[in-house]
Design a protein around this ligand. Structure first.
Ligand code: SF4
Ligand code: SF4
Length: 175
């Protein structure tokens, strides 16, 4: 689910929080540490295995396909500290380091009411800001995300959108 300020109506009313009721979000180590620090909830994530690798993903709620954190009102119960996978959604990133502070970035998208309503480029601006701040402060996190996404098959059925070179300036880490 995206930003509540301008997307709440689309996500919860017009879409029914569909993305929170399908593929479980992949988790980075930072996601797990942050959510554990902010909540006292137990058993909220699970480990899955694929191609002899393991990844952590958010558990399902009871016997449904709903995300463990999806509230009855269709909102995210951990919105402010939700997983990176959810923060980027409905965009997805595949990344390769090209040089010192230089990255090849492939953007993928999940077409949904939000992308149709706001436009992918507008959503990309928000996701790119987040990506740049992570690459400036803790680039390992984005590679951890990517690994978890591959292992949990989170890129499946997502569509290639754009490929570009992203150069992280010194000022990006200072902002
Ligand atoms: S699938 Fe798209 S429109 Fe629906 S809740 Fe998720 S981000 Fe919002
Ligand atoms: S953590 Fe929140 S935003 Fe992410 S899938 Fe679950 S309910 Fe949706």
């Amino acid at each position: 689910m995206k930003k509540p300020s301008d997307s709440l109506e689309i996500c919860s009313k017009h879409c029914g929080s569909k993305c929170c009721r399908s593929t479980p979000p992949a988790l980075t180590k930072e996601d797990i540490d942050r959510i554990e620090e902010k909540t006292n909830i137990e058993n909220w994530y699970t480990t899955i295995e694929f191609n002899q690798k393991t990844a952590n993903v958010v558990a399902k709620k009871n016997d449904t396909d709903d995300c463990f954190f999806l509230s009855d009102n269709g909102l995210c119960g951990v919105y402010d500290y939700r997983p990176l996978d959810c923060k980027l959604f409905p965009l997805f990133v595949q990344i390769k380091k090209q040089g010192e502070k230089e990255y090849n970035v492939r953007w993928l998208v999940w077409y949904c009411p939000l992308t149709e309503n706001k436009g992918i480029e507008v959503l990309k601006v928000e996701s790119e800001k987040l990506l740049i701040s992570i690459l400036s402060e803790n680039p390992d996190q984005i590679f951890d995300y990517q690994e978890a996404m591959y292992t949990s098959r989170g890129y499946k059925k997502k569509h290639f959108f754009k490929e570009e070179c992203l150069k992280i300036q010194k000022s990006d880490s200072e902002s």
